[in-house]
Design a protein. Structure first.
Length: 173
């Protein structure tokens, strides 16, 4: 789970919380979310759309979007609970797909914009117990390439690579 803040002109900050739709997270944050109208769980389709609308309303345009949420719940696949598998799929793969779907119409209308999907070295070199996590990050990389092919037909730029992080992993973009 990660939280970020973006200040746009004099319009005040927009705070976006990237998390999953797991009942424990939802229950724990319910009171905070009720009092913070700009605090969004963007792994839900309607909140990705709401985040896009808020950003656009306050800034007039969206030049970039970063999908950086991740949940890694190591389990041997035979022992993994369905809920833990689903949580990783929702946050690591479905959330970025839904957010990209929400922000793309704005960027296509502007004829400009960048989407960065943060992956993991685990997509290519997973550790024991990371079958689901690695699959979600591999799926995210494949989605990113497929999206780039679609956008290249619209004369958009695309670059991929990895940057070492302080935690020993890589950031894929």
């Amino acid at each position: 789970m990660g939280e970020g803040e973006l200040s746009i002109g004099g319009g005040g900050p927009i705070r976006v919380l990237v998390a999953d739709d797991h009942p424990v997270v939802r229950t724990g944050l319910a009171a905070v979310i009720a009092q913070e109208p700009d605090l969004l769980l963007v792994a839900e389709a309607e909140n990705g759309e709401r985040a896009v609308a808020l950003f656009r309303e306050r800034a007039g345009r969206i030049d970039g979007w970063v999908n950086n949420a991740a949940v890694n719940l190591p389990d041997l696949l035979v022992a993994a609970r369905h809920e833990r598998i689903e949580e990783q799929l929702d946050v690591n793969l479905l959330g970025p797909i839904l957010c990209a779907r929400a922000v793309l119409p704005v960027m296509l209308e502007q004829k400009a914009g960048v989407i960065v999907n943060v992956s993991s070295v685990a997509a290519e070199r997973p550790f024991r117990g990371q079958a689901v996590y690695a699959a979600t990050k591999g799926g995210l990389e494949s989605f990113t390439r497929a999206l780039a092919l679609y956008l290249l037909s619209d004369k958009a730029a695309f670059m991929t690579g990895s940057v070492p992080t302080s935690e020993g992993g890589d950031v894929q973009g």
